[in-house]
Design a protein around this ligand. Structure first.
Ligand SMILES: Nc1nc2c(c(=O)[nH]1)N[C@@H](CN(C=O)c1ccc(C(=O)N[C@@H](CCC(=O)O)C(=O)O)cc1)CN2
Length: 291
């Protein structure tokens, strides 16, 4: 079997085309949706991701506000910037790029974001609403990567209802929250969340209809542990310097030979990453539409 490609670049391009229409409609009402990012320090991967967020947003007519602080910024300095963005009417939604330098209290910073402007959907109020509002439509920002994974499957005609989804990794941007979305009535999936304390990962993976690999461990999902025909979403990123070229190379959580067993596979790069950016933009456009 050679897996069908879950092409994140193509799906993200579709979403961006749809958003461009909504941005134009907002502009006719005198509203230009504005996205902001806060980057603390100069981590090259974070700089790359933040740059993509601004480039993509501007390409569909959104305003973008890029704020940077040095790696040794204090908690008070970061919080003062958060307060500024909370009060800025030109900013409809913003994110604090993660991870933050270790001396900063990430939870306190995320909690200080105005929940209505929380473009990442990671504020405790928004995550709490996701837990509580099981039967009514969600009208608050949703976490971007989980939303991106689900959109990528749905736009490729994959029906999640009744499926067993095994998530690998309990990180804040995906692992901890994707189950809250997938177990809602509109998706009706059953979710197992595995992590570094899981006794027998392979046992869980072999039972999965869908694997969401977000551990950040190179090739942790091996072909022999994947059920034939399963859908496999490769989210984790490990960067290594190629000794031959001296260039940095991205490796996913999924071993290359999984493509011979899986029914569906998202490439990495080119899969979930572009979807994260597209759904971030969606959260900001939705915030501007809510007013
Ligand atoms: N505040 C947040 N911080 C982080 C998040 C997040 O959702 N919110 N997720 C990741 C990084 N991330 C977005 O910020 C992100 C990662 C990857 C991509 C992407 O499109 N990658 C490309 C490859 C790019 C390359 O390495 O050459 C791809 O997959 O095709 C976009 C966004 C951690 N921090």
């Amino acid at each position: 079997m050679t897996a069908q490609k879950l092409d994140g670049k193509a799906a993200a391009a579709e979403i961006k085309a749809e958003l461009a229409v909504r941005v134009a409609a907002l502009k006719e009402r005198g509203i230009t949706p504005g996205i902001a990012t806060v980057l603390v320090g100069a981590d090259p991967a974070s700089q790359l991701y933040v740059g993509m967020k601004h480039r993509e947003s501007e390409s569909i007519g959104m305003n973008s506000i890029q704020r940077e602080l040095p790696a040794d910024a204090t908690q008070a300095e970061v919080e003062a910037l958060i307060d500024e963005l909370n009060a800025d009417p030109a900013c409809h939604g913003y994110i604090v790029q993660l991870p933050l330098p270790k001396h900063l209290d990430t939870d306190a910073i995320l909690e200080r974001i105005d929940p209505a402007k929380d473009a990442d959907g990671l504020h405790p109020t928004n995550l709490g609403r996701l837990v509580l509002n099981v039967n009514s439509p969600i009208t608050t920002p949703l976490p971007c990567t989980p939303r991106g994974v689900i959109e990528l499957l749905i736009r490729n005609g994959y029906d999640l209802a009744g499926k067993h989804v095994v998530v690998v990794g309990r990180g804040v941007t995906i692992g901890r929250s994707i189950g809250l979305l997938l177990t809602r009535r509109e998706y009706n999936a059953t979710v197992t969340l595995t992590h570094t304390g899981t006794a027998d990962l392979a046992h869980h993976l072999r039972d999965a209809d869908v694997i969401v690999a977000a551990a950040g461990v190179k090739h942790i999902v091996r072909a022999e542990d994947v059920k034939p025909g399963a859908a496999v979403l490769d989210v984790g990123v490990t960067r290594e310097v190629d000794p031959e070229t001296g260039k940095s190379k991205v490796h996913g959580d999924v071993a290359p030979d999984v493509a011979e067993v899986a029914g569906w596979l998202s490439p990495n790069p080119g899969g979930v990453g572009p979807m994260t950016v597209a759904l971030l933009m969606t959260n900001v456009v939705e915030a501007a539409e809510r007013g």
